[in-house]
Write a new protein. Structure first.
Length: 220
């Protein structure tokens, strides 16, 4: 639920600003937009008001009555013709003991405190869930940024690596061509009556990845 709320906060036109949504701001908005907390606050307010009313005397009650009113005969519905007809008007007040009123007020106070504690627990739960959702989004965005940076660096290094690989391949090709020329029959005939190449050319060519394939034995 908190994750959906956090997504709604990020997607809201009011929150879609240039500045990122901070964790305290996300928690504040989540608490402010919770319908459960509003209902819980109404329960707290109602319990407080009932506690005040329970500690006071009940309101006076006005009474109005008619006795022995005839409904048939010549005196039907008359308040004055029949001497047995009586009317009464009065005020009634109920007097409740002080201890009973105090007990009732204390009970509603405890109900209000219970409702307030439940509200605070819900606030903590909403803040916790919002923090977890915010951290999940934060680490996901941070990981996405790291991957994008690594990809950018890798794309910058690929041309250099390809260039080095191409130079290595060309060097090997040149070395193979030199070996082929060195081991050709014409080259062996030209070297048959001359001194060996100075600086051990064959060894240098072997370092380039080729061998003389026993050319001295062939010359002898």
């Amino acid at each position: 639920m908190a994750a959906a709320l956090l997504g709604a906060l990020y997607g809201s036109p009011v929150i879609a600003l240039d500045t990122p949504l901070t964790l305290p701001e996300a928690q504040r908005l989540a608490v402010a937009r919770s319908g459960q907390l509003a209902a819980q606050q109404y329960a707290v307010t109602a319990a407080r008001e009932m506690a005040v009313a329970a500690g006071q005397l009940p309101d006076p009650v006005a009474t109005l009555g008619v006795n022995n009113l005839p409904i048939n005969g010549p005196d039907a519905w008359s308040f004055t013709r029949d001497f047995m007809t009586m009317t009464s008007v009065g005020v009634m007040q109920e007097f409740t003991g002080a201890e009973k009123r105090a007990a009732r007020a204390e009970r509603f106070d405890r109900e209000a405190n219970k409702a307030l504690a439940e509200k605070n627990a819900k606030v903590a739960a909403i803040q916790r869930d919002t923090a977890l959702a915010w951290l999940d989004r934060y680490y996901a965005e941070a990981m996405q940024a790291v991957i994008a940076e690594q990809r950018r660096q890798a794309e910058g290094e690929i041309p250099d690596w390809l260039g080095a690989l191409d130079r290595e391949r060309r060097g090997r090709a040149i070395g193979r061509q030199a070996c082929d020329r060195f081991d050709s029959p014409r080259s062996r005939n030209a070297r048959s009556g001359s001194r060996p190449p100075s600086g051990n050319c064959g060894a240098r060519l072997e370092g380039r990845g080729c061998s003389r394939r026993g050319s001295h034995g062939a010359d002898k």
